[in-house]
Design a protein around this ligand. Sequence first.
Ligand code: P6P
Length: 304
Amino acid sequence: MPLRLLNHFLSKEGFDKDLTRILFTIAHAGKYVAHAIRTGDLGLAGTSNLYGEHQVALDVLSDKIFTEHLKATNLVYSIASEEQDNEIVLNNKAAFSVAFDPLDGSSLIDTNLSVGSIFAIFKNQGFMGQKGRDMVAACYLVYGPRTIFVCALEDRVIEFTQNELGEFVVSKDNIKVKSDSKTFSPGNLRATIERDDYSELVSHWQKLPLTLRYSGGMVADIHQIFSKESGIFTYPSFSKYPNGKLRLLFECAPFAFIAEKTGALAVDEKGREILDIPVKEIHQRTTIMIGSSNEIGKAIDFLN
Ligand code: P6P
């Protein structure tokens, strides 16, 4: 099988040249983040982000790496980062806007669990009023035993795995998720204390039985659904997070965009498609249930 390197593969598939340049840039920048995770300073950066979460040095460094690489393309009008309070205009003549969580799950790094970076790409100047459905691409990197880059554009979801030479090579093309789930990834289990409906849903999964697969890192937990082509991940609301904890623009919408290309579903706990929720505020949160369509349908019934 011909070696299918990321940049050659995306170029020959006839995708938008500027868009593939942005995707290639993100994957390339991800190599520096992967290196920093494996070798870099794990201490605190002495700063905190909007949410008051202490930023580990790697959060700050990852944010800088992606921002600088995207700026250098001259293709990006603005970025919105989970680690930055506001949208930042990079080039007011450019066509694309990129929202990202530069290092999701960074609190897991000192336990050596897999973490990742998540990206939503719009061919629009700015994010306000946009919906996930307006994206032109979404992608993520998983920094685990191997560094993996997954991107969704047009109707394809493609996985690339970094080889021993540091090149991203196609490892899965046109990923599809089965409608039935074998595993469950129940986020925010503490919500079962307040919510009988979520408690009943979790018991339902346990009695099927589905196999529990949960790490606390959204990227790895959801990547598992695409990698195994089956599964369900949930993060419902509770008193501490009445609108859910996870962010629409940086986390849930990109994964929803990818999920729907695989035949999986991504809804909030009321059953609304994540991709139809308009961006009103770049840090807005949402609940999420994402994965095998049959299991999502049952989960909506339980929570409503
Ligand atoms: P909790 C990590 O901090 C994160 O943003 C996601 O990666 C993960 O799914 C979620 O939070 C875990 O949240 O409340 O269980 O710690």
